[in-house]
Design a protein around this ligand. Sequence first.
Ligand SMILES: Cc1ncc(C[n+]2csc(CCOP(=O)(O)OP(=O)(O)O)c2C)c(N)n1
Ligand code: SF4
Length: 533
Amino acid sequence: MSRHLFLGDESIAQGALDAGLSGVYAYPGTPSTEITEFIQHSQQAIDGDVHREWATNEKTALECAIGMSYAGKRAMVCMKHVGLNVAADPFMNLAITGVNGGVVIVVADDPSMHSSQDEQDSRYYGKFAFIPIFEPSNQQEAYDMVYEAFDFSEKYNIPVMIRITTRLAHSRAGVERRAVRAQNEIRLHANPKQFILLPALARRYYLELLDKQPKLDEEAENSKYNSYFPGRDKSMGIIASGIAYNYLMENYVGTECPYPVLKITQYPLPARKIAALVDECDSVLVLEEGYPLIEEQLRGLLNRTGEIKGRLDGTLPRVGELNPNNVGLALGISQQEGSPVPEMVVPRPPALCVACPHIDSYLALNEAMEPYGKGKVFADIGCYTLGALPPYNAIYSTVDMGASITMAKGAADAGLLPVVAVIGDSTFTHSGITSLLDAVYENTPITVMILDNSTTGMTGGQDSHAFGRIESICRGIGVDPEHIKVIKPLKNQHDVNVQIIKEELEYQGVSVIIPTRECIQTLNRRMRAKKKE
Ligand SMILES: Cc1ncc(C[n+]2csc(CCOP(=O)(O)OP(=O)(O)O)c2C)c(N)n1
Ligand code: SF4
């Protein structure tokens, strides 16, 4: 079959398409976005009529995938790690219902928080839900694992998690493709009650899920992805999972690793293989990206051995990404320092683009808020989060998607007035609508600014589900039309905008201000494309 130079994300996308995917459901989030974008542009997907639109959020994405699985077809869901918090409800329950058509849930973790608010490790979610996890160590494995994961999912009637991290998602390597499999036909589950989680049924399905565990354990013990490599120096054995295995190997280019190595890329953990390594070695070094999940299980509650090295004893950093250098140091291999950064290279903090509409919104908001002092503007996640930095210093919170409105409501409930919530258009549809409904229900005095730049700017300009709908959504959920104000965030409108914001701050109920102007980046792209026509 053909060989391609693929990003980790693209390997996953191609693996799924070749495995007979019928639909991908996702909400953008670094470092997972490119999986769905690849499928959206793939001729193979277009010809095969693979469903490939963005979802409103990760929860709706997963629920759509469950529906596609219900109909017997293969579906994949992609998200960044924090997206799984949003999708956690269907995620946990899908493990209980099981699947009909195969379901693969790809979660891209971001250790070191390159573009995220935390570095949570999704393997814990997989373990929590009792589902199998594949954690590729390179792009070829990413392709192969996704390709095989659908069969695995259908064999055991269980969703499969693929866990990747930033470096794998965003680096390239050669990938060998396999034969393209046809999509499943529509076929309902033999048990018409399989997806009904009434307690009497759910109790039965939960036991069935637990019954599957020994079989999943056996699969992991015998998996080609969990391989043992002998080594002559038994003073230390190494367990390396996922991409950490790659970092280990980078320390032994052209030479053999002297220590026995157990590579783990399929979970549940292969207990017998681990026990064999522990028994033959004096100590064990655990290399895993993210939290010390394997290490903690090895140490157990009582930590009797004292011979396990990893993130918990300081051999490796407790937080942040692994890399070939910190892995090398853990192996006792001295590392060369890189040249110091020249003085002329000054760090450049991220900033809003020149002429970004959010700039004019913040300038107007800052002026309107001046009499009320600092600390009363709650914000959300998107390009506009950069309003926290100088020169704007305009916002005081960014916690999770949708939290701006509900945090502002809570603060208003506490008596902190006036308060403002700033939220982007995509974040508003992702999880701001229900937050706004909370405020409408109690007519809480808050001013909500929905920054409508017609796109999901931060993740590269995907369409926003709110396009052309924000006003009607707000009206529909009960915001008084008198207090829905659409403004133009432009320099020449500054005074008018300040005046409107001031008036709404005085109003003792829910008001919504919608600064509307397209993101300068998508506008430029559109103009360039138009010129080419
Ligand atoms: C639960 C979750 N899903 C996805 C993301 C990734 N993400 C951060 S901001 C954002 C959307 C931003 O779009 P919008 O609200 O329209 O603001 P803009 O960037 O356009 O200003 C996304 C998808 C995230 N941080 N959390
Ligand atoms: S990408 Fe768009 S929304 Fe984001 S900072 Fe640039 S102009 Fe503003």
